[in-house]
Design a protein around this ligand. Structure first.
Ligand SMILES: C[S@@+](CC[C@H](N)C(=O)[O-])C[C@H]1O[C@@H](n2cnc3c(N)ncnc32)[C@H](O)[C@@H]1O
Length: 256
């Protein structure tokens, strides 16, 4: 299992990020649309749980496709939920590793860019428990090539790891199998977003609440000369569009 920051710290970061989240969540919106593209090939579900809903982007996206869909939005950050309640039919402040829901109460379970912050085995066990037989699962998460340029830029500067560790797609597939899911389909796609400079890139990561990804990266925490070396190392990746941030996106679909 990947190394994760302590759960209260993850929750606090997201609690603080609710107001800046929508302005900075370009990746989450793109990945949500890609996740829906193949999920939509299945029959329309009557009701769905959005696990780690953030500000409710999933509810907006899914209801645009299926206007009759009943969406239960779940997140442990109450400030995120306060915004999500404008779009969801029901909201629950809860940990998706321990859902306060009855067995077999949802037709579909959806989670966009959240399980990389969790114990995937726990999350999938709970997803399977709350799904009705034949229920559909769709999740997106990040693979190990995510932030490759950032890691490379740091590699010559110090020995610390400055990003979360992310799971290989194969591990996601195995975790789905272990949880008892069938008809598992996995996809892997690379998305690159571009920023004018490294500070802006790191600020965007912070504004969605993923602070611990850039832990120790902010110029204030590094010595001045180390920060300048990181910036110079990152500059070698510059393209006409700006400095790239790579996201190794994994999409997974399965049935109970
Ligand atoms: C990167 S955001 C993604 C939000 C949303 N799915 C979207 O597509 O915009 C991750 C969200 O997952 C929530 N989260 C992370 N771990 C969680 C957990 N164990 N239980 C409940 N929510 C969690 C965070 O509070 C945050 O709102």
């Amino acid at each position: 299992m990947p190394l994760l920051p302590a759960k209260p710290r993850i929750r606090e970061s997201f609690e603080r990020a609710a107001t800046s989240y929508d302005g900075a969540a370009a990746l989450q919106r793109q990945v949500g649309e890609r996740l829906l593209a193949d999920f939509a090939a299945d029959a329309a579900p009557s009701d769905l749980v959005d696990a780690g809903c953030g500000t409710g982007h999933g509810a907006r996206l899914l209801r645009a496709r299926w206007p009759q869909l009943h969406v239960t939005a779940i997140d442990f950050a109450t400030t995120m939920l306060a915004i999500a309640q404008n779009d969801a039919d029901a909201c629950l402040a809860a940990d998706i590793e321990a859902l306060p829901c009855r067995d077999e109460c949802f037709a579909a379970w959806w989670s966009n860019l959240t399980v990389q912050w969790c114990d995937i085995g726990q999350v999938l066990g709970e997803a399977r428990r709350v799904l009705r037989p034949g229920g559909q699962l769709a999740l997106s998460t990040l693979g190990p090539d995510t932030f490759r340029e950032l890691r490379d830029a740091f590699s010559g500067v110090d020995g610390h790891r400055h990003t979360l560790t992310f799971s290989e797609p194969q591990l996601i597939g195995e975790a789905l199998q272990r949880a008892g899911f069938v008809d598992i389909r996995l996809q892997r796609q690379t998305i690159k977003l571009h920023y004018p400079d490294l500070k802006t890139l790191l600020r965007a990561v912070k504004e969605i609440g993923a602070n611990s990804v850039g832990e120790g990266v902010r110029s204030g925490l590094l010595g001045r000369s180390a920060w300048q070396r990181v910036q110079a190392a990152y500059e070698q990746y510059r393209t006409p569009a700006g400095l790239p941030a790579r996201y190794d996106v994994i999409l997974a679909y399965a049935k109970k």
